[in-house]
Design a binder for this molecule. Structure first.
Ligand code: DX5
Ligand code: ZN
Length: 228
């Protein structure tokens, strides 16, 4: 079995956007592994956030891998642009991609890691014929669109089942989880098999001086519960 390290990915959706560079540097210095960037279009989700120019600006201020989560319709129209802006991982929603295999191939052709995100109600079977293309799967544990929502516990069996499926089909694939991740919820999440943990509110609601302890708390609970 391939083992994956625990990775903590602060989501800048909950950062202080007027002082974003300061918050990004603070999480980088506080032990973050990736920086999670939520791109929303007001169509796929009922909220609007960031685009390519922000990714490009972030590329100049941080060494962290930029983990770009596209919550947009027709993501295939923007993949090359996000890659050129400096994204390292590009994750698309299965629900937004009628030609998912092609879209993942398009991401990998840019040199980025390809991810698929699944809404809480989307079954794992949508991944059945694309395992060969998966660098990461992002299991949404809230309905996407907003930070600070409560973790949906009903998604835990999905993480467990994905872990089993990946062991057979592509053990290199990373299981990431997004939504309501905190020291309280992350034990069950990591036990179910997720190793990459996106967290917005649980980190950025604290003062900057406490980011390191917030990140460490999530990491320690995840590490202790980790099964793979
Ligand atoms: C939700 C976003 C998440 C969000 C998570 O649609 O995809 O990345 O920032 O925020 P928390 O950790 O506060 O639930
Ligand atoms: Zn996200």
């Amino acid at each position: 079995m391939t083992t994956h390290p625990i990775r903590i990915a602060p989501s800048i959706l909950s950062a202080d956007l007027a002082y974003l560079a300061e918050d990004v540097l603070a999480v980088e210095q506080s032990g973050a592994d990736w920086l999670h960037v939520d791109v929303m279009d007001g169509r796929f989700v009922p909220n609007l956030t960031f685009g390519m120019p922000l990714v490009k600006s972030l590329r100049h201020v941080t060494q962290l891998p930029l983990d770009v989560h596209l919550m947009i319709v027709e993501p295939e129209r923007y993949i090359e642009a996000f890659a050129a802006a400096g994204a390292d991982h590009i994750t698309v929603h299965a629900e937004a991609c009628p030609h998912l295999e092609r879209t993942l191939a398009q991401i990998q052709e840019t040199g980025c890691k390809a991810g698929v995100a699944l809404n809480p109600s989307t079954p794992l079977s949508v991944l059945d014929y694309v395992y060969h293309r998966l660098d990461l799967v992002l299991i949404m544990t809230v309905n996407p669109g907003f930070g600070g929502q409560s973790f949906i516990k009903a998604t835990l069996p999905k993480i467990e089942q994905l872990s089993e499926k990946l062991a057979d089909n592509n053990p290199n694939t990373i299981i990431a989880v997004d939504g309501g991740v905190s020291p309280i919820t992350v034990g069950e999440i990591a036990k179910a098999g997720a190793t990459a943990l996106v967290a917005g509110n649980a980190i950025f609601s604290a003062p900057k001086e406490e980011y390191a302890e917030k990140i460490l708390a999530i990491r320690q609970v995840a590490q202790a519960a980790k099964t793979n």
